[in-house]
Ligand binder design. Structure first.
Ligand code: PLP
Length: 396
């Protein structure tokens, strides 16, 4: 990495490909004119397969949190009974939003580092009655590096609470891993431009099922800027109700073009390879990963900071060498660090990151010799590739 291009390994905002950066620098267009309408149409069409929906995808100018708020205020009424399934700090945030707007939120929290268990969710819903209006789920818990099995969780919810709306925070996963909103029966799904979409922060993309659109007609939580009905109405004209972040829309459009060129399968495979390499590399360097092995995230890896390691000093040295990692959030601050591997991430950037960590640890006398981390990361990447090609050959 050059001095001016750090290896930005945080779980969003992610580094941008050159053509996406150029797209963001384009001259403005009339956001109520044909050029923007065409752009919005392309973003819609490009996004739908990643959501796994044939329904509309609203493009809102706000952070991912605004997208979560959109899911809540559009579908719920004060006093509604809601089950907030939380596996980390973003799950807690989703539940908090519903609470702030007056929902009666019951929390079901997994130990941080673990995914939600479909059987436990089934049990909880069976015991708790069938009158939950909504269940809140996090697909990828960025604070812990855990990816929830949304398909299985949604199936459990559908079985035990068939009328509950399933609202999903897929901010840091959508676009990096397969998602089938319609098939899995999810009702509102939210993502953000600065995550897998290779664009700057500024847009939240929100899709809703027909059930959710119907719920919006009777939902009584206050909403104006985030009113999805206004977005849907204007979408028909190729517009957004309020002035959108046009430059970010240019970037998302270009990001989607790059993703189409790579193919969704290629994008998913690249994320899988980078995740496996990161995890194997860190483990070979002696780090204990925070997330349970069965549900490790494909977009962010969290690792414990070992006892006795002066992380502040190590991290300072990593930054001096242009490697930027993320720290722990909330109660995990100072206990874990996180490596982002989403968006335009390439394997060589992961190998470089592992190599830099290895060098710094070796210099501080914590490793006998550098080399093992990068070698393990490379082996893991090769194994994932080999597994995928065998599976692909078997499917032919
Ligand atoms: N949900 C998840 C899973 C996230 O990772 C994030 C951001 O990291 C958010 C919600 C909030 O997004 P934003 O910071 O854009 O509000």
């Amino acid at each position: 990495m050059s001095r001016f291009e750090p290896n930005l390994r945080i779980p969003g905002p992610t580094a941008l490909p050159p053509s996406v950066r150029e797209a963001g620098a384009r001259q403005m267009v009339n956001h109520r004119g044909p050029e923007f309408a065409a752009l919005l149409g392309r973003i819609q069409a490009g996004m739908k397969p990643y959501f796994g929906t044939t329904g509309d995808v609203a493009i809102l100018t706000c952070a991912g949190t605004g997208g979560l708020e959109t899911a809540v205020v559009n579908t719920l009424s004060p006093g509604d009974r809601v089950l907030g399934i939380s596996i980390g700090s973003f799950g807690d945030r989703f539940a908090k939003i519903a609470e702030v707007y007056g929902a009666t939120v019951e929390r079901m929290s997994a130990e941080w580092g673990w995914a939600a268990e479909p059987a436990e969710v089934r049990e909880r819903l069976a015991a708790g009655g069938r009158d939950y209006r909504a269940v809140l789920l996090t697909h990828n818990e960025t604070s812990t590096g855990v990816m929830n099995p949304v398909a299985e969780l949604a199936a459990a919810i559908r079985e035990e609470a068939p009328d509950a709306l399933i609202l999903v925070d897929a901010v840091s996963s959508l676009g990096a891993v397969p998602f089938e909103m319609d098939d899995w029966g999810c009702d509102v799904v939210v993502t953000g431009s600065q995550k897998a979409w290779m664009a700057a922060p500024g847009l939240a993309m929100v899709a809703a099922s027909e059930r959710a659109w119907a719920a919006m007609e009777t939902a009584r939580m206050p909403r104006f800027y985030l009113d999805l009905r206004k977005h849907r109405e204007l979408l028909e004209k190729g517009e957004t109700p309020w002035t959108p972040a046009v430059a970010v829309a240019f970037q998302v459009d270009e990001g989607l073009r790059l993703m189409a060129e790579e193919t969704p399968a290629g994008v998913f495979a690249r994320h899988e390879v980078c995740a496996a390499a990161t995890q194997a590399g860190l483990e070979a360097l002696g780090f204990e990963l925070f997330a349970e092995p069965a549900h490790r995230s494909k977009t962010v890896t969290a690792a414990w900071i070992p006892d006795g390691l002066d992380w502040k000093a190590v991290n300072g040295e990593l930054k001096r060498r242009d490697l930027v990692l993320a720290g722990g959030q909330g109660k995990l601050a100072g206990k874990i660090f996180r490596v982002g591997h989403l968006g335009m991430v390439r394997l060589d950037e992961i190998l470089a990151a592992i190599g830099t960590i290895e060098e710094v640890l070796a210099e501080s006398g914590r490793l006998p010799a550098p080399g093992a981390g990068v070698a393990a990361a490379e082996r893991a990447a090769i194994a994932v590739e080999a597994h995928r090609s065998t599976a692909a050959a078997g499917a032919r």
